[in-house]
Design a protein around this ligand. Structure first.
Ligand SMILES: Nc1nc2c(ncn2[C@@H]2O[C@H](COP(=O)(O)OP(=O)(O)OP(=O)(O)O)[C@@H](O)[C@H]2O)c(=O)[nH]1
Length: 394
């Protein structure tokens, strides 16, 4: 799978922004005039994936507003660069950070802080210490790198690390959304429809749909028999694993042995992929769906629980709703196509659909409207204009 990402390079005049781009890949430098200069860099085969990075260098500071407004939804990354011989360029970092935060209206953005021209340390021309840089990075909660574009010191290694920070951790985060949502579903103990007793007589409530689909063909009765022999702590760990596919590594052996007792495979049901597989199955089969969303005179069948897990708005709605209610009209003003894509996203964590501007706007608005827990994974999948065209990154 090719991933295409963009990094916006910001910093004071003369810190080495253009030089960095030239060093990264002279062949791929594009001078596109007006607001930004762009370059792209292919870093092959990291973590079995190809990454293409587009690097935008702001040519005018006022264009920052244009860029942030235009691309904020697609989660661009920022590379803040200053020069170790220039205290002014260091001060500029905080100024730029505040400026971007304001433009992004409090939305999180990912950034790294890079100190350039470290070769000048040898000539005693360094005026901003490493300690100061690290301190600022801690304050801004981002990685800190020291490089010299001139000698190349630290450039490659910082880029490799930066990509891990920006992209690979992002993929993990994307999976994390699902894990967190189902962990919350289990621990909140809301809308439960089965109850297990543990060895000590304590009770734990759970959801049949999740357990029966995840641990199939094992039945609720079998799980009850298993948990009756377990401590409360073990039973909680087992159920949390059944919901999320994850347990603390120290509990792997325990959960494995519990799985053996009910003839389910610990390994094949572990990890977010197994949770997604289960959700995909649920999505495909209408028979277990227990609720209907009415969108513009059409219907979408869903599982209440999945909506509760994935959207705070639906959660509030289903908690306050009479249990006998089986359908509701959607008031989001979204089109049926958008709602279908969104519902599919709840189950698959992937955004499908004809990614027109109108669709993108509706999805973007839905993030707020439905109070989606998986804000970051959804917004990261919003396409950018001209995506996939390598030379037209932005
Ligand atoms: N000693 C040293 N000089 C560098 C380094 N990187 C860039 N320079 C020099 O710093 C000067 C400014 O570099 P640029 O790349 O033009 O800086 P910029 O941030 O793009 O500057 P603006 O285009 O004015 O915003 C040039 O003379 C570069 O040769 C470095 O690592 N060490």
């Amino acid at each position: 799978m090719d991933l295409f990402r963009k990094i916006i390079l910001v910093g004071d005049h003369g810190v080495g922004k253009s030089s960095l781009k030239v060093r990264l890949d002279t062949n791929l430098l594009f001078d596109l005039g007006h607001e930004v200069e762009k370059t792209s860099l292919q870093l092959e085969q990291m973590d079995d994936q190809d990454f293409f990075l587009g690097i935008l260098e702001l040519l005018r500071e006022e264009s920052l507003e244009v860029i942030v407004n235009k691309y904020y939804a697609s989660n661009e990354y920022f590379l803040f660069m200053y020069s170790v011989d220039s205290p002014d360029s260091f001060l500029k970092m905080l100024e730029l950070y505040n400026h971007i935060s304001k433009l992004k209206k409090g939305r999180n953005f990912k950034m790294v802080l890079m100190a350039n021209k470290t070769d000048l340390c040898k000539k005693n021309e360094r005026k901003v210490s490493k300690k100061k840089g690290q301190c600022l990075a801690r304050k801004l909660k981002c990685p800190y790198y020291e490089i010299s574009v001139k000698t190349g010191a630290g450039v490659d290694s910082s880029f490799v690390d930066m990509i891990h920070h920006f992209i690979i951790s992002k993929n993990k985060q994307r999976h994390q959304d699902i894990v967190e949502d189902f962990k919350n579903l289990f621990h909140r103990q809301e809308l439960t429809d089965c109850c297990f007793e543990t060895k000590s007589g304590e009770k734990i409530r759970a959801h049949k749909l999740i357990l029966e689909s995840r641990l199939a063909p094992c039945k609720i009765k079998t799980i009850q028999e298993l948990l009756l022999t377990a401590t409360h702590e073990s039973a909680m760990a087992f159920l949390e694993w059944a919901y999320t596919g994850y347990t603390h590594p120290s509990k792997n052996a325990l959960i494995t042995s519990m799985c053996e007792k009910i003839s389910v495979q610990f390994k094949s049901l572990s990890g977010v992929t197994s949770v997604l597989k289960n959700l995909r199955n649920l999505y495909r089969h209408d028979s277990s769906k227990d609720f209907t969303l009415r969108v513009k005179k059409k219907s979408i069948k869903v599982h209440k629980l999945i909506l509760v897990a994935r959207s705070e708005l639906f959660r509030g709605f289903f908690l306050s709703m009479d249990k006998s209610t089986k359908s509701v009209k959607d008031h989001s003003k979204n089109s049926i196509e958008t709602m279908k894509s969104l519902i599919r996203f709840f189950y698959t964590n992937r955004l499908h659909g004809n990614k027109t501007k109108h669709f993108m706007n509706e999805i973007e608005n839905s993030i707020e409207y439905f109070q989606l827990n998986m804000k970051s994974s959804l917004s990261s999948q919003l396409p950018t204009p001209k995506q996939n065209k390598r030379c037209q990154i932005m």
